[in-house]
Write a protein that binds this ligand. Sequence first.
Ligand code: MSP
Length: 635
Amino acid sequence: MRKKYITTPIYYVNDVPHIGHAYTTIIADTAARYFRLKDYDTFFLTGTDEHGQKIEEAAKKRGKSPKEYADEISAKFKALWDEFEISYDKFIRTTDPEHIKGVQKAFEIMYDKGDIYKGIYEGHYCISCEAFFPESQLIDGEFCPDCGKPTSLVKEESYFFRLSKYQDRLLELYRSNEKFILPKNKKNEVIRFVEGGLQDLSITRTSFDWGVKLPESINDPKHVMYVWLDALLNYITALGFGGDKALMHYWPADYHLVGKDILRFHAVYWPAFLMSLELPMPHHIATHGWWTRNGEKMSKSKGNVVDPKAVADAYGLENFRYFLLREVPFGQDGDFSQRALIDRINSDLSNDLGNLLNRIIGMSGKYFDYHIVSDQVERYHKKELDDVKAIIKGLDELAQDMKWHRYLEELWKILTIANKAVDTYQPWAKMKEGKEDEAMALVALVANILAKTSLLLHPIMPKTTQTIAKALGFAIDKESFKRYIEDFLLLAPFTIEKVPPLFPKIEEPLMKEEPKSAPKPKESNTEGVITIEDFFKVSIKVGTIKEAQEVPKSKKLLKLQVDLGEERPRQIIAGIKEYYSPQDLVGQQVCVVANLKPAKLMGHLSEGMVLAAKDDEGLTLIGPKIPKKAGTPVK
Ligand code: MSP
């Protein structure tokens, strides 16, 4: 039988769940539900990551033992996922004895193979990211290049994993498997990191205790395992690796869902560990972007963290799920606002879907006593049916690629076909003309489109779609999916059931909180609106790129010398390396924000910002269509 194994990251128990965690989990849940509906034998894993220095410190701060604290927070994650009806098959905790046993077994195998050796680690460690960095990668010699927090200097005895040995095989993996990393445009970043040279990885620590001990056969009790080795292995210990292996037939994973901040761990370290263990590679590392608040990173200190439960309570869990998946292209960052959520509910759900259902219930009641028969649909609406079929055909690939925003966008096109058909064929007019057959064909066409929509929307909105299906006389299950989607059959005659409006319109934000730190514009309270004076504060000029070079050790940055018609060119550090090679840039004209306060990026001074547009397909620098003199103002 076809199978799918889907995982979320296991969440650190240093803090309670927030919207970022809910996002990953809801994407994974959607995928799991989709594949189950398509009759794949699906296994969906989530859980909590409970060891390491970060947890040890968080527990200490609260006067608790790490295990006590982990129990408490892990239970909160589980409770939230249960409340959200997340359809996981297993919730793993890295403090589970079977997991610990499996991790020790893996260590032993890698050690016996000669892939682990003992040495001294000297370098910097970011506790927040639980990651090691050589000094050359730090910002201003001190700060973490990933999260910006201060790092600490570590010098201790450590076991190392021979990561360097796997460099070529990793590159081969990325090259031979186009879709190993999803979305595809994230791949270059990983390739550059690996091509930059892999150093062996420190995989044990001796300066604290809260971790998995080394296997007894190695007999070195002062070491505990590096939390990322411990954590990544959860994906196989959950299947019984190192124990009964009961679920190992699900391996390899089909989708590891991860946020962009932990891509490197999953796309570099994890495959290398698996190579060492001689296990097959996962099929996809599916990488999503970050949710921000008013464009800023969420953090407790800023008080702008979005609580997923509060949003679900106020707006409805399924509306929230729809919003998360529809609003942001997979892989890109998105900004959370109540306004955007309300717009999605009112426009997509209430107008396009809810109203259509109400209209069809109304018309079927008025003209046909709620009784609907599909036998004339083919005759009068072949074109519409063909169009719907063509759209539906394309959806599976989008789902398989985790492009849920595109999936929903396409799905909504079939609702547009239905809404247009009602306006074009006007069943009320047909009834007046005595063309009952045609009116019935139209009503049945719409009912069938709604039936197909409910099946395809089910993974995202499980309960609402069951209500729609029930109104249309069927239940959502694998059989219906096969019948109405895969075989594209039409509904058998049925009596439509009335349902109350599913998506009442929302006028005003339903949550009163606005993060304390987000200052409102002074002159106006219209969110996001600025005055012309505000705009003129920004000096944008045309610049000509004179030189472009790589910033050593940086995955994202290029160093540009840009002529702005001043005495000397400005040095600008731009995060465009994934999209442009330096030689292609020289001579190009770009728009530059010229009065931005200079800043240091990875130790290099940046005296401006180049403008660019970024979407699903990639990033494009913005410049004048026709060359302009360097320094020309842009207004
Ligand atoms: N414990 C590690 C994962 C180990 S997996 C073997 C970890 N945990 S985490 O709790 O810090 O983060 C878990 C996930 O939440 C990551 O995928 C991360 O990208 C995601 N998010 C955390 N904040 C986020 C946003 N603001 N927006 C979207 N997702 C973000 O990392």
